[in-house]
Design a protein around this ligand. Structure first.
Ligand SMILES: *Cc1c(COP(=O)(O)O)cnc(C)c1O
Length: 471
């Protein structure tokens, strides 16, 4: 054995202690560190011929890299939809690496059973029927990819073609019909050979991101001869708008379509009596996407995919090799998921659900929504900003009050906010208006964080206004 490796093996415990120290040093500064940062590209180094050992590597990391990480796990990082990591989920994540299981299925380890257990928890958390099959993926993008791949297989079968064996060439173009699809849906269409141009965008309701159901029905009626995939949103990224799941589900008795629901973070509406009506009708879905690394607050990367058509999932993902066994006899994830070897990524979710239960996670969701609503009210009352949509759950979509506002102005404003260090936001465009999004999805965020963030954006807006007056 290589000498350094040998000595690291003997020193394993001290190495873990040191890694813990590095993590602690970081976590205890979380509240003072700037919420977001900008870094320069790294100068790439030559691979060392001789290693420096784990402890020296930890020192190197802490000295040179730690301060260049953004504070996305902190309470005032409102960019994208970014969850942090609960204490129990971090513990679980560390153990994933220490135990290093290949969660591919089989009874050689309890790891895949724990994944099944965690999926079972999730179905209860989100009010999903018992008969959904589910698995963990690396993110909502891949859950959408899996869901659409099942929809694609289903469309083929309606037309008498087994796409998993025959490919797509024997078929007319497969259409994907949606109101406000997330960009990852369109990316998935590219990956699946359906093509980005196969998207049929249906108008949304006035001043909403939710689909106009009459227009959807009209499309389905006119195209009744062609089975399609309908992608429904349970929580859009800009305004957390929900399509009417229940009414769309009822259309399935009249028209032939695959119903995929992208509930990446909106699915968490199910946890709270205040919001659960938004998820009513979810059980009509043929496939569902829900993220764990967003609002469940577990470390990257983790999401779930669910489907009522396990048989189709087997057709799409079956991996035939003699040593992998008969999937009917030993059903395992090898034959049901895009990967073969798989990280045991269910464990951090299992830990957080065990540690805090439905009640603990409901409290995070409700506290985050209350915080977003507070920010919404402050923005509505302010002279500098304009709220662009009602705060439905945890996202605030707003812009600078001004005659005409451009995307570079928003970016300039946000760069100054990032520099101010108190909070981090990302830009967007909402109904052709360059805008700002604040997504509140961290388990640590309190009302006081909202006040600090709001003071910061007011400070920056006033400074900009002063500059303009003097120019
Ligand atoms: C974030 C998000 C996705 C993509 O999720 P990743 O986890 O980043 O892959 C898809 N759909 C919606 C609605 C989202 O919010």
């Amino acid at each position: 054995m290589n000498g350094i490796l040998f000595s690291d093996r003997n020193d394993f415990s001290a190495i873990l202690e040191k890694a813990k120290k590095v993590a602690e040093n970081r976590l205890k500064k979380q509240d003072e560190l700037a919420a977001g940062i900008k870094v320069d590209d790294l100068d790439l180094q030559v691979l060392p011929e001789k290693g420096i050992g784990a402890k020296a590597s930890l020192d190197f990391f802490e000295k040179l890299f730690a301060q260049k990480m953004n504070n996305s796990a902190g309470a005032r990082y409102f960019g994208f939809v970014t969850g942090g990591s609960t204490p129990a989920s971090v513990a679980g994540d560390w153990l994933v690496s220490a135990f290093d299981q290949n969660a591919c299925g089989s009874n050689d380890s309890v790891a895949p059973q724990i994944e099944k257990q965690t999926i079972h928890f999730m179905k209860q958390l989100f009010g999903l029927d018992e008969n959904y099959f589910g698995s963990f993926t690396t993110g909502a993008t891949i859950s959408n990819l899996v869901g659409l791949s099942l929809g694609r297989q289903w469309v083929g079968e309606q037309l008498g073609v087994d796409i998993s064996n025959e490919g797509l060439d024997a078929l007319p173009k497969i259409k994907i019909v949606s109101g406000t699809p997330h960009s990852s849906i369109i990316k998935s269409m590219s990956m699946l050979g359906i093509g980005r141009k196969a998207l049929v965008k249906i108008d949304t309701l006035p001043d909403r991101e939710a689909i106009d159901i009459e227009k959807l029905e009209c499309y389905l009626r006119e195209n009744a001869a062609h089975p399609v995939i309908v992608v429904v949103n349970a929580g859009t990224v800009n305004t957390v708008d929900f399509d009417d799941l229940e009414t769309i589900g009822q259309l399935k008795s009249k028209y032939k379509f695959w119903l995929h629901v992208d509930a990446a973070f909106g699915g968490f509406a199910s946890l709270s009596d205040q919001y659960s009506h938004l998820m009513k009708g979810i059980n009509a879905a043929d496939s569902i996407t829900i993220d764990a690394h967003k609002w469940l607050n577990v470390p990257y990367d983790a999401a779930m995919q669910f489907t009522k058509h396990k048989n189709l999932q087997l057709k799409v993902f079956q991996n035939s090799a003699a040593y992998l066994g008969d999937p009917e006899k030993s059903p395992d994830y090898f034959h049901y998921t895009p990967e073969n070897s798989r990280r045991f990524r269910a464990l951090p979710s299992w830990f957080t659900l065990m540690a805090y239960g439905k009640d603990g996670h409901r409290e995070i969701v409700e506290r985050n929504c209350d915080a977003a609503k507070l920010l919404g009210r402050l923005i509505e009352e302010s002279e500098s900003f304009k709220l662009l949509a009602p705060v439905r759950m945890n996202v605030v979509c707003f812009t600078l009050k001004s005659e005409s506002i451009s995307a570079p102005e928003i970016q300039n404003f946000l760069n100054l906010v990032t520099k101010d260090g108190k909070a981090f936001f990302t830009p967007t465009v909402y109904r052709n208006v360059p805008a700002i999004r604040a997504a509140v999805s961290n388990w640590q965020t309190e009302e006081s964080d909202i006040k600090i963030a709001f003071e910061s954006i007011v400070r920056v807006a006033q400074k900009l206004k002063l500059e303009k007056t003097f120019v």
